[in-house]
Design a protein around this ligand. Sequence first.
Ligand code: HEM
Length: 518
Amino acid sequence: MVQKKELKEFTKEEVASHNSADSLWIVIDGVVYDVTAFADMHPGGVTVLLDVAGKDATQEFYGLHRQSVLSRMGPRYEIGRIAGSKSKITMAKPGDISRVPYAEPSAWQGFYSPYYNESHHRFRAAVRKFMDEEIVPDSVQAEEAGQTADLETFEKMGAFGLLACRLGPGPHLAGRSLPGGIKPEEFDYFHEMIAHEEVAGIGLPGYQDSIATGMVIGLPPVMHFARKEIKERVVNEVLSGKKRICLAITEACAGSDVAGLRTTAKKTADGKYYIVNGTKKWITNGAHCDYFSTAVRTGEGHGGISMLLIERSEGLETKAIKTSYSAAAGTAYITFENVKVPVENLLGKEGSGFLTIAHNFNHERWFIVAGVTRAMRLVSEECFKWANQRLVFGKPLIEQPVIRQKLAHMVAEIESVHAWLEILTYQMTKMSYQEQNVKLASPISLLKLRCTRVATKVSDEACQIFGGRAITKTGMGRVIEGFQRTFKFASILGGSEEIMADLGVRMAMRAFPKNARL
Ligand code: HEM
């Protein structure tokens, strides 16, 4: 642990005399750092430090480093302050709400909103603080190393109530303590949306997927279709963070075309088990899961699909797929070789797999939009900050009209997606699940289409603003690099853009008045 040193005050002249490799001091935002011992280890090299030795290096530092470098390493080298100086730069604290324009939904930046009450503000504050304090510290390194969140992290999220919050309002919340002291009966889809936003707000695509994307899409079939005893056991294990679950539908030959799936489940002669054989591909979190909500073929054609809850057991193997995002997400290829599954693990009725799968489509797509929209806001925040602190041709980037044009388009598009997301979330708070399935399938599909089209543009503009840093995994462009490398996932999984567009119009046509004419 770093010992807190007694902070002295220095004059500028005193600091100026420490200007060599033997004694190398620099000043950042009024704070004096003795980096003599660090200079040889400095990733940017010694010479750049010598160039600013004994001087104020605030501008140089913030042009090249994220603030987290200073909060992480600064205390080790901090020795005092310039006498009479005051900090001009705010150090981010856990739980802070950003004041950068458009970095938060407008309700969090002092605008009126018909959607949020005090409990939503309290909830966001509690979840953000939890994320900043408990999840973020290890996440950057885990993302880089391709390590998924460990069970201890899952148990922490479970005890905090965050896992349960990501599955919407419902009986699964009964008796649980929830973030910010929210009562289960006051919890609504806006609270859930906030939970997804806060997880996506860490800006690490692989790691944030590792903290329970599999659960958000894999547990609903169990919650809604499992037999009572199985439901109680599995839902409790998963929501407390003791076990992990994922959704296993897609196969090498069956993606959007679910009917093409080939994994078979055949009943044993005594009728007690299904024997499962086949493969699954691109299964988020699959590499680390204990349970797999799995689509299998129990018969021919469309009516021959069923859903089974399969436990990790003999004959089931998972191996990581090398995707373009971090191995932390645990995206897996799964093989089933004569896996024995009790018939009690059937989710819903045999042959009704399509209904079971489709039951959660809207929720899954809505959840994807909430996450991607939050990630886009983070990208725009990074662009605003970068454009403000990066000097080009002797002035901040933001002073270039072409950069302001890019920011304008980015913000206008993100805000429109978020506004539609809020409108549809409001509908969800008013409609029964059944009514949502009928009325929201079209707009949610079109919203997802719009969201990922906007993500394409946001990624493009952000890359142009960040230049080489947008293709560099560490440092200033880290978030932009991660986003441009992974935003495409959202336009493919949970229903590809093409399927979303087609479904959106087909579902809308169901309500088309037969007697309408031009
Ligand atoms: C307390 C003072 C400093 C600390 C703890 C520090 C630490 C670091 C770290 C951890 C990195 C690599 C991280 C990353 O990829 O972002 C880095 C890179 C770098 N640093 Fe520093 N640094 C300090 C001050 C400075 C100053 C004053 C300058 C320049 C005048 C400087 C110039 C650079 C350069 C040029 C790089 C490479 C940047 C790049 O690859 O884009 N550093 N520094």
